[in-house]
Design a binder for this molecule. Structure first.
Ligand SMILES: *Cc1c(COP(=O)(O)O)cnc(C)c1O
Length: 666
């Protein structure tokens, strides 16, 4: 579906954080940019404009930009409601360009007498439009695909029609998988069957005999170099995949005896996803480089060294060897691959291999942005209740505490810390007293309610005082916890199980921030609760300087105005790992392209699941469910408990919701 966009979008001259007018309180968009770490992780695709909106530069430094807020408004005008997954195909293309440019530079710098030829691991994002776009954009470099299952192999065989592109076949393989790869060679494809398990060589040999033809063969080495990150167990002796050195040697012998050693072309290894520390990669490369040399010396023709995936993403922009970051750049990575392989091969006069990599995360993370809306906020209520008649002593104590906090001189922070601290200690003590009294039956529910409200009013009064101190005055340690106590819950129109499952499953951090109002000081701390009835359904870890933080700086909601949040760098793995918890289905997704005139174009619209679709996924028949309700409403009409118009309305709601998205309509 191609829709020409009627609205001109943004070549905003004031792009970036270049000295916009500061708001009344001295806050400017550059402060937001720093606060949310945009300068680190956003570069070069995401910046802010003078209006306080997130700007997207889908082609990086090569020019052209879009105002993300205007884009969302434009998409809403096309009846595409939030939550919305916006895929920038230009970014996908730009990532591919960068990867190839980095290897080209490294090859030139180290005078490497060989080439680079990458593949995309389909498991990272199998969506049709994504894979098609990658194949299309990658054609100029003979970019191929990597498959780890029969279904992925089908995608790879069918979409890659470039005879020079590689199709790397990983994963468990049965006879049919292997025969498919052998026969596909006759279609002019280049599938390389990578032996990952010792018993696969037998199946390859028998399939080759059966068909009278052989596949291109690769072997996956189980390296002893340890990765440090979350996926560290992908290597080492207990790793799930790969051949140990004895197995490798036995495989070579088996191939030799079957007269298939001439088809052994590729050595593969994969040290796990998101390599945080470049030192890990260097070790692995040296080990693999030596194995490659030895395989060549054992008589295999070889020709390709496939360094797997693992190229990491700097999610928090800190450029450190921590879980959400990497201590190297794309260029460092390419340099190390090229230089190390050369160092291994040259002394032994082994011809330099074509370098293959299987970067998934590094290619597919940036291009998709999830935008969701906030439905409301919960949290503390700061208003002190008006006294209702004679109040019990505990409630009066809290009122006195509040009055004393409010009486603290605003303009003289020196020495006031103690006073506020005392106020807070009192408030905590009296609130606990109120709870005990309630449990023992001495306080009514209304009185307990008043006590809790007064406690929160005390907290807010202290917070207001602290804020007025300004940054120069240190805040007493005990009082730092206060901000967290006052934090709000922002109810997000989204399911993290569907859209950001790794935040739940493996504590993955993604940059999350409002996409507008960034010229305003965020006045509240909060975290997000999603739509599911699962207490794990929340976003409560955010990137922060140095380490993750449990609360994010957010804005107060404004009556009648939406509040839009973006989750960034989530283009890899999230969609396929997402599930139907509580029957929240896929969100709407769109593919955006920047046109030559600076306007955007909506290339594809992928509608999210409707309620009927998620019901069907669980084997329910939506029509049968509706029919049962129709019968029940007929009976209610008959009994006189439901009027005809109400019955009509009920059935219309049910019918409409079957067709509609599983998310809330706002
Ligand atoms: C998952 C996987 C990849 C992709 O890893 P990234 O960290 O996303 O680059 C590459 N190769 C193999 C064998 C894999 O299993």
């Amino acid at each position: 579906m191609v829709l020409a966009d009627p609205t001109a979008l943004g070549a905003d001259p004031a792009r970036g954080s270049k000295a916009p007018e500061p708001a009344g309180d001295g806050w400017c968009v550059a402060d937001s940019s720093r606060l949310y770490g945009l300068d680190g992780w956003g570069d070069p695709y995401f910046t802010l404009n003078a209006r306080g909106h997130v700007m997207v530069q889908p082609r990086g430094e090569r020019g052209g930009c879009l105002d993300l807020v205007e884009l969302v408004q434009g998409l809403q005008g096309r009846d595409l409601s939030l939550p919305l997954l916006i895929r920038f195909d230009d970014i996908l293309e730009d990532r591919l360009e960068r990867l190839h440019a980095a290897f080209e530079r490294a090859i030139a710098q180290y005078d490497y007498a060989g080439r680079y030829q990458g593949v995309f691991p389909v498991k990272c994002n199998q969506q049709r439009h994504v894979v098609e776009q990658l194949v299309e954009s990658g054609r100029q470099w003979h970019f191929g695909l990597e498959a780890g299952s029969k279904a992925e192999l089908l995608i790879a065989l069918s979409l890659v029609d470039d005879p020079e592109a590689l199709l790397i076949c990983n994963g468990y393989k049965d006879q049919r998988y292997i025969e498919t790869a052998i026969l596909a060679r006759r279609l002019g494809r280049q599938p390389v069957v990578v032996i990952e398990q010792a018993d696969e060589v037998g199946r390859i040999i028998s399939a080759s005999r059966e068909l009278g033809a052989a596949p291109l063969i690769g072997v996956r080495a189980k390296l002893s170099s340890r990765s440090s990150g979350r996926w560290g167990s992908s290597v080492g002796e207990r790793a799930k995949f790969g051949l140990s050195v004895p197995d490798l040697l036995a495989t070579v012998e088996a191939l030799r005896q079957a007269d298939l050693l001439s088809e052994l072309r590729l050595l593969h290894f994969h040290v796990g996803s998101q390599i945080n520390d470049i030192a890990v990669l260097k070790d692995a490369l040296q080990e693999a480089g030596q194995i490659y040399v030895q395989l060549a010396e054992l008589g295999a023709p070889m020709g390709y060294l496939d360094v797997g995936g693992g190229l990491g993403i700097d999610y928090d922009g800190s450029r450190t060897a921590t879980a959400a970051s990497t201590n190297y750049s794309l260029q460092n990575y390419a340099n190390d691959v090229v230089a190390t392989v050369r160092e291994c091969c040259e002394p032994r006069s082994v011809p330099l291999p074509t370098l293959v990599s299987e970067s998934g995360r590094a290619i597919a993370s940036h291009f998709s942005v999830l935008v969701f809306d906030v439905l409301g906020t919960g949290g503390v209520q700061g208003e002190a209740p008006t006294p209702q008649g004679e109040e019990p002593l505990i409630v009066r104590n809290l009122r006195d505490t509040l009055a004393s906090i409010q009486a603290t001189a605003l303009d003289a922070p020196a020495g006031q810390g103690d006073h506020l601290q005392e106020g807070w200690n009192d408030a905590i003590k009296f609130k606990q007293d109120a709870l005990s009294a309630f449990r023992l039956g001495y306080l009514s529910l209304t009185e307990r309610g008043a006590a809790e409200q007064l406690y929160w009013a005390c907290c807010q009064a202290i917070a207001a005082q602290l804020e007025s101190w300004g940054a120069a005055t240190p805040i007493p340690d005990d009082l730092k916890a206060l901000q967290a106590a006052l934090a709000g819950t922002y109810y997000a129109n989204l399911s993290i199980f569907r859209s950001a499952p790794d935040t739940w499953a493996i504590d993955q951090l993604f940059p999350v921030m409002p996409i507008h109002r960034l010229d305003e000081r965020p006045s509240r701390l909060g975290s997000f609760a999603d739509l599911t009835c699962d207490s794990d359904g929340k976003l409560a870890r955010f990137i922060g300087p140095g380490k993750a933080k449990p609360l994010l700086e957010l804005h107060e909601l404004r009556e009648g105005e939406p509040y839009w949040i973006g989750l960034f760098l989530g283009g890899a793995y999230q969609e396929v790992m997402g599930n139907l918890h509580n029957l929240f289905g896929s969100t709407n997704a769109v593919h955006i392209r920047l046109g030559a005139n600076g306007r955007y174009r909506v290339d594809h619209v992928v509608r999210g699941d409707s309620n009927a679709e998620v019901l069907q996924a669980m084997e329910h028949d939506p029509e049968a469910l509706l029919e049962r309700l129709r019968v029940a409403s007929e009976a209610a009409i008959h009994r006189g408990t439901l009027t005809l118009p109400d019955a009509g309305r009920l059935m219309a709601h049910l019918q409409n919701s079957l067709r509609q998205s599983t998310y809330l309509q706002t």
